[in-house]
Design a protein around this ligand. Sequence first.
Ligand code: NAD
Length: 356
Amino acid sequence: MEKKIAVIKGDGIGPEIVDQALRVLNKIAEKYGHTFHYTDVLMGGVSIDATGVPLTNEALETAKQSDAVLLGAVGGPKWDNQPANLRPEKGLLAIRKGLNLFANLRPAVLYEELNAACPLREDIIGDGFDMMIMRELTGGLYFGERKTIEENGVQKAIDTLTYDENEIRRIAIKGFDIARKRRNKVTSVDKANVLDSSRLWRKVVHEVAKDYPDVELEDMLVDNCAMQLVRDPKQFDVILTENMFGDILSDEASMVTGSIGMLASASLNETKFGMYEPSHGSAPDIAGQNKANPIATILSASMMLRYSFDMDKEADDVDQAIKKVLQKGYRTGDIMSEGNTLVTCSEMGDAILQEL
Ligand code: NAD
């Protein structure tokens, strides 16, 4: 297969971690007879330095013309004093909007080898867990009308939460499709005992479920879900939820896995197109020192293979290679513990390539 990938290395550790992910993609291309065409796209601080803005129209256009985007991270102290509309993070918002990325996927995987980083009890962790939080990204409370008024001398703030059935349907379809690539279970999270938007959410999710008789669907109230994530995280496969609930639950889920350097993410639109990036930032404190953990970015590249290119076997191969490297005790500084071997960012890349 031939695929066009827009590569946004960005700032800080971005170039170091993306380079390791590209080595892995090249190895996969060689092993399975694919061709990946890469185009470098400037975004964030490096784009501000080169063009004066965090994302140019041409850069966005290049991203649109590709089959997927691989992103490192943007931002850093150098650009902290820029005016708000010219900060590196504005590039991120602009590209998400420009590409209509409405579905955010964040896997929370606890590898048995990294149990020490998990704040949960050993009997809860067992041999680890593997769930996917699927969050609606462009609707709900964060995008509704808001205002602050004064009524009879009292300040009053109003935020509105709206969802229409089409917004719910398109993310529900994504959720069920993704469950089919995993363990065939969707937990739809809402607050249907209180909110009308949640009652519509539940109704539409159940309608979509009829087209997926092979996928188990359960409903869960968001307060219960917050508890279940720490009581028994193993029960979850895909958690499907709206914007604000997803914002909170995905951070909770990532916390129980322990390490920021291991957390991948993807944002998808209605087609197979997606943008794939680690959940962490540009880590300016360790940038340029070859110390960063490239695994979150390599796992993001693996998600790109699976969700944008339907290369499931290739993605499994990458995921297994990472597991083996962890089993062998290779660790970057952020996940280092006694008795293991400390490696640099590029040595971690070497070790993963060795297993492919
Ligand atoms: P951060 O995630 O960059 O760093 C937090 C801590 O985690 C740091 O100590 C860092 O060294 C460590 N860390 C992060 N990724 C790591 C990795 N792969 N390997 C090892 N250690 C890692 O968050 P921050 O310090 O709050 O933000 C730094 C910059 O990144 C800011 O400019 C912020 O705006 C930006 N940022 C960008 C994104 C993005 O591009 N999507 C996301 C969050 C923050």
